[in-house]
Design a protein around this ligand. Structure first.
Ligand code: WQD
Length: 351
């Protein structure tokens, strides 16, 4: 059974990907320093899969501690690298924190990949690398525009680092450009656990609906779009997770055409903020308390994917709808409220 190291395994995308990997026969370990995540989420993974996942509470910016994980696990056949900071606004306020954390951790990891000759490496990238595209949908060949934030710049640089690393080595790499992850596992055993006030749209919606936030704001309704609000490509977290398993299989089976391939992971459907809000109100039956506020600096007007490559090459087939995203996100928010004591521990408290 191939052993996969998932970095950021206690995070939103990491935990859902671990579920998909285990359900597809992989043995998985996690490394996550829990600075932005809560290890309690792995109990939810165990509830779904029946597997207890070991997490190494290590900061990947510490090379020696990272190296020690590989010394202890000499049977790692692949790595999926999620661990990074990802708050666009915070990255603007504190760029050095983002460049150091997101790039030093990646470089340390790749040094270990090189030293231990790990054959497969999947890198968590983002549609943010496209900046404000001139036309949509974007394909993997769409020229990258200047990043709108230091966060986006770390993803552009991260892609370049992995590409250059792959050229010289024997490791097959895949870069996955996520659009907007949303929703939760249908069991509501795992889901998104934003720290503090959520920046992303869907948790802002569900926290407003449940009363954790009094009112949410639509960041601008005067954009040149069909209803004036920004357009994004929301992708269900379980569809996104499955794409990682398929990416690993793709390179394990030697189907990759180059040492580093790129795939867009979006549904290809552009959805406006208002359409997302109305979808939530429809599936939840909850009238959302929101009003229109000023535009948010750094927001792109519209970005959504051409996902033909992932579909045709990886055999990826996203199955969850926007309604599924909203209903599973709402079910998870209700679960968080019902089991508040379980989930309100500080990150890293539970081991
Ligand atoms: C979506 C739309 C907001 C909250 C970012 C990163 C991306 C990925 C996902 C990490 C925008 C609007 C939001 C609110 C609102 N991050 N909105 N009111 O900015 O497209 O993408 O997060 O992987 O890389 O760039 O996602 O969910 O923050 O915003 O009106 O309370 O919802 O203005 O138009 P975004 P988002």
């Amino acid at each position: 059974m191939a052993k996969i190291l998932v970095t950021g395994g206690c995070g939103y995308i990491g935990s859902h990907t671990i579920v998909d990997l285990v359900q597809n026969g992989y043995d998985v370990i996690s490394v996550d320093n829990n600075s932005r995540s809560n290890p309690v989420i792995l109990k939810g993974v165990e509830q779904i899969t029946g597997k207890k996942i070991k997490n190494y509470k290590v900061d990947l910016c510490n090379f020696d501690d990272t190296f020690a994980i590989f010394q202890e696990n000499n049977d790692i056949s692949g790595i999926i690298h999620f661990a990074a900071y990802k708050a666009v606004g915070e990255s603007v306020e504190n760029p050095l924190l983002y460049y150091e954390n997101n790039l030093v951790s990646l470089i340390n990891l790749l040094k270990c990949v090189q030293e231990f000759r790990i054959p497969h490496f999947v890198f968590s990238s983002s549609c943010t690398v496209y900046g404000n595209p001139d036309e949509v949908p974007v394909t993997e060949s769409t020229p990258l525009k200047p990043a709108e934030s230091p966060y986006g710049a770390t993803k552009q640089m991260g892609e370049q680092i992995v590409q250059d690393f792959a050229k010289n080595g024997t490791t097959s790499c895949v870069l996955l450009r996520y659009f907007n992850p949303a929703g939760a596992h249908p069991t509501a055993a795992i889901g998104e656990m934003p720290l503090g006030k959520p920046q992303n749209l869907v948790p802002a919606i569900t926290q407003t609906a449940i009363g954790r936030i009094g009112k949410m704001y639509v960041h601008g309704n005067d954009y040149p779009t069909r209803d004036g609000s920004c357009i994004r490509d929301y992708i269900h977290i379980c569809d996104l997770a499955n794409a990682h398993t398929l990416s690993l299989k793709h390179i394990e089976e030697g189907k990759n055409k180059s040492s580093c391939e790129v795939f867009n992971l979006g549904t290809g459907n552009g959805i406006s903020v208002m359409e997302a809000i109305h979808a939530f109100e429809k599936v939840s039956g909850v009238k959302l308390n929101y009003e229109t506020g000023p535009r948010r600096p750094g927001d792109v007007v519209a970005v959504y994917a051409n996902n033909d490559l992932a579909k045709n090459v990886l055999g990826w087939n996203p199955v969850f709808s926007l309604d599924d995203m909203m209903s599973t996100a709402w079910k998870w928010e209700l679960r968080l409220k019902a089991d508040e004591t379980v989930f309100t521990s500080q990150p890293g408290e539970l081991n």
